[in-house]
Every structure is written in structure tokens, then in C-alpha cells.
Design a protein around this ligand. Structure first.
Ligand SMILES: [Zn+2]
Ligand SMILES: [Zn+2]
Length: 329
């Protein structure tokens, strides 16, 4: 089968013919239809995340069709549409798994990072971690929901009942989560790069009550802020915009260093937290609410062979939509 393979971080992916994977017991062999590109893919390619499987097939927002089932009972039948997310496997047995926090599992494996992913014609996945996808979306539209949507949703849930919600870094995840926030009656404040009027306008069209640069203060103090940009200095910036008791949620897997700041900016019970990975429950909740809103995705397709082009455009911030690789019809 054809796959785009990462041999070493810092190098472009190589288009290669590799052996088609075989499903073990409990696994699905999936013919990949689409795979959305995530910022995490860039972090892996650029060597910003430790110890990826090498050589590696990237991609953890995979949509495809079940081609074969490797034995055992499964929720899926041959021919079913299936979504494969970032969380590929857990041990089910550590203190985190046993306390409903499988996203923190000590022995978790991750699709497109420590397991091969979806930049390929076929992939295998543990059926227990795969999702059935809402019918209202086609294979291209639904792909970005599998990470930007799902982990964005986990970040959003960490903000509790916050009425005034700030979002820093208005990319793919923000675009999706903003729609749910507005649907749920939150007041949305969008923070973009300084002078990025186009993105500020787009945020307002999605229902933001205010949009400005991340160096600006919002007109009202915020109850919560989510940071989707991988820019450490946004943490103290977001803290300064919070009301007492407010929370800053860092939604990314990697961030540049956070500069120091005076304790008084954290005092009065402000909280800084981060989000790691997802649980299957996050996915079930998100795929229930997304079609009701309905959350719309904005995508630009690339053939599999052009994965490097998609990654380069993403890195250079030259994509205004989520890149989705199209692999089979
Ligand atoms: Zn575990
Ligand atoms: Zn991702």
C-alpha cells in the first residue's frame, strides 16, 4: 500500500510502498478515506515531541471503512464507516484508567505518534477506541472533528459554566469550539495575532461578541480562556484578562516556554490547567452535540502525495481551512 512515511523528524515525509498491516485480535483493518492534518502532526515532524515511533505514518483524524476484523467481538461490522482518533490504546488497568481518566493512562498509545496512523491507504486500529460518526457529515467534513473537535471539546468542558469565554489562537479547534460555545449561550471573545483582521472578522461571523489581538484586553473580564496557540506568553496574557476565580485552559500538546509573571496575576483563585489527549467519553459527548449545533468544518483537500505541501502551508500559517488528505473514494 502507499503511505507517506516519516523516517526522521526534520525531514519531509517520503511516499513509499509499505506492507499492508494485518489486524490483530480486536483490531479493525480500515481502508482510509480521509485524514485531517493536525498541528500535532507538525510538532512530530518538527521534532518537538519526544520519542515518536520511527519510521512513522502520521495522522490521527482518520475516516475510513472497515475492511476486515481481526477476530473477537466488536462494535463494528465490515463495511461500516469508522473514525479513528488520537487515543489508540490504553492498558485499562492503571490508577488513571481506573478512575475515569484514561486520557492520562501511563501506558497509552497514540495514533500517528506511537502507533502508525492515517497518512496511508490502510491502517489498523483497536476497535474499542474507534467511533461511529454522525451521518450528517461526509468523510471530508467529519475528519477535523476527530481531534480539533474532540480535544477542543475537552478543553471547552474544562471551562465549566463560564459565561464570558475567551479563545486565544483562532485556528481549527477554535473555529469548531466557538460554534458550540455560541450554541450554548456563552459570550465569546476571540483573540488572534495582532492585526489579523480577517480572522477577527471570521470570529465575529461565528458569533463572537468581541474580537481583537492577543495583546489587547477584552472590554469585560473573562470567566475562562482557552489557549489553542502554542505560544507560552499567551498564558500570562490570558491570566490578566480573567476575572477572580477564572481558569486558563491550555489546549495544545506543545507550547513554547511560559514567561514568569507576578503572583498577584494568579492570586484570587485563578487557575491554569492543561488538556492532555481525550477519553472515549469525550468523543461520545462531542459526536452527540456536534450534529445538533450543527458544528460546521471548513476544509481544504489535498491528495495523499501532497501531505508535505499541506504541512508546509500549515506551518507557514497559509491555510485558512483545515487540510484534509483524501486517500480513497
Ligand atoms: Zn491506564
Ligand atoms: Zn490532533
Amino acid at each position: 500500500m502507499r503511505a507517506m512515511v516519516l523516517d526522521k523528524p526534520g525531514q519531509p515525509l517520503q511516499l513509499r510502498d509499505v506492507p499492508k498491516p494485518k489486524p490483530d485480535r480486536g483490531q479493525l483493518l480500515v481502508r482510509v478515506s480521509t485524514c485531517a492534518v493536525c498541528r500535532t502532526d507538525l510538532h512530530v515532524v518538527d521534532g518537538e515531541l519526544p520519542n515518536p515511533k520511527l519510521p512513522l505514518i502520521l495522522g490521527h483524524q482518520i475516516v475510513g471503512q472497515v475492511e476486515e476484523i481481526g477476530g473477537g467481538n466488536s462494535d463494528f461490522a465490515i463495511g461500516d464507516r469508522v473514525g479513528i482518533p488520537w487515543l489508540g490504546r490504553t492498558d485499562g488497568d492503571c490508577t488513571y484508567c481506573r478512575s475515569g481518566r484514561e486520557n492520562l493512562c501511563d501506558n497509552a498509545r497514540f495514533t500517528g505518534y506511537t502507533l502508525d496512523g492515517g497518512y496511508a491507504e490502510f491502517t489498523v486500529a483497536d476497535a474499542r477506541y474507534c467511533f461511529h460518526l454522525p451521518d450528517r457529515y461526509d468523510d471530508v467534513e467529519v475528519a477535523p472533528l476527530l481531534c480539533a473537535g474532540l480535544i477542543g471539546y475537552r478543553s471547552y468542558r474544562k471551562t465549566g459554566e463560564a459565561r464570558r469565554l475567551g479563545i486565544y489562537g483562532f485556528g481549527n479547534a477554535a473555529h469548531l469550539i466557538a460554534q458550540i460555545a455560541v450554541y450554548e449561550g456563552r459570550e465569546l471573545y476571540a483573540f488572534t495575532r495582532t492585526d489579523d483582521k480577517a480572522t477577527q472578522q471570521a470570529a465575529k461571523e461565528l458569533g463572537a461578541v468581541w474580537a481583537g489581538g492577543s495583546d489587547e484586553m477584552p472590554p469585560e473580564k473573562l470567566d475562562a480562556a482557552i489557549i489553542f496557540a502554542s505560544v507560552g506568553p499567551l498564558v500570562p496574557a490570558a491570566l490578566r484578562a480573567l476575572a477572580k476565580g477564572g481558569i486558563v485552559v491550555c489546549g495544545g500538546i506543545h507550547m513554547t516556554d511560559i514567561p514568569s509573571f507576578p503572583y498577584v496575576e494568579l492570586w484570587e483563585e485563578r487557575v491554569i490547567t492543561s488538556v492532555a489527549n481525550l477519553t472515549r467519553r469525550d468523543g461520545d459527548e462531542f459526536f452527540e452535540i456536534a450534529p445538533r449545533v450543527p458544528v460546521r468544518t471548513d476544509t481544504k483537500t489535498f491528495p495523499l502525495e501532497e501531505a508535505n505541501t499541506a504541512l508546509d502551508l500549515f506551518r507557514a500559517a497559509k491555510l485558512s481551512a483545515t487540510a484534509v488528505l483524501t486517500i480513497s473514494k
